[in-house]
Ligand binder design. Structure first.
Ligand code: 5GP
Length: 130
C-alpha cells in the first residue's frame, strides 16, 4: 500500500506544494513548528533515509538545499534548520524549519496553527524563490 506521502506526491491527497521535479517533492508540513516548515521527500518509497541508494540520497540533499535557500529568501529567519525523524510517517522526509532560536526545532513544542490561506500564501512565497 502506498504511503501517505506517496499519495501526496501523486496529487491523490492535497498538499501545499513548494517544489517538485521528477524524483523529489516538497510541501508544507501540516502541523508546522514555524511558518514555512517544509517536508522534502524522494518519490521513491523508502522508509529510512539511510536505506536510500547513494544517488537518491545525494539528489534528495541537493533538492532540499535548493528548497532551503528559497525558504530563507521567503521567510524572515536566521537559518533554516534540518531534521530527520521519521517516527510518524514511514517514508523518508527531511524537515526544513525556519529558525529564530534553537528552540524552534523542538518537536515537542506546541505546533503553529495556520489557516488554509496562510498555508497557501506561504507555499506560494517559497515557490516564487525557486
Ligand atoms: P516524523 O515522521 O518526521 O516524525 O513526522 C511526520 C511529519 O509529517 C509531522 O511533522 C507531521 O505533521 C507531518 N505530516 C503527517 N501527515 C501529514 C499529511 O498528511 N500532510 C502533511 N502536509 N504533513 C503531514
Amino acid at each position: 500500500m502506498a504511503t501517505i506521502f506517496s499519495l501526496i506526491a501523486a496529487g491523490q491527497i492535497p498538499s501545499y506544494k513548494v517544489a517538485e521535479d521528477e524524483n523529489y517533492y516538497a510541501f508544507l508540513d501540516i502541523n508546522p513548528l514555524a511558518k514555512g516548515h517544509t517536508l522534502v521527500i524522494p518519490k521513491k518509497e523508502v522508509d529510512y533515509i539511510f536505506d536510500l541508494d547513494d544517488e537518491t540520497y545525494a539528489g534528495l540533499c541537493a533538492f532540499a538545499k535548493k528548497v532551503a535557500v528559497a525558504i530563507k529568501a521567503a521567510i524572515p529567519c536566521k537559518r533554516v534548520g534540518v531534521a530527520v525523524l521519521g517516527m510518524e510517517v514511514p517514508h523518508t522526509h527531511i524537515h526544513l524549519v525556519p529558525l529564530q532560536t534553537e528552540g524552534d526545532l523542538d518537536f515537542r513544542k506546541k505546533k503553529l496553527e495556520m489557516t488554509p490561506e496562510e498555508f497557501k500564501e506561504t507555499a506560494t512565497k517559497i515557490a516564487a524563490q525557486l
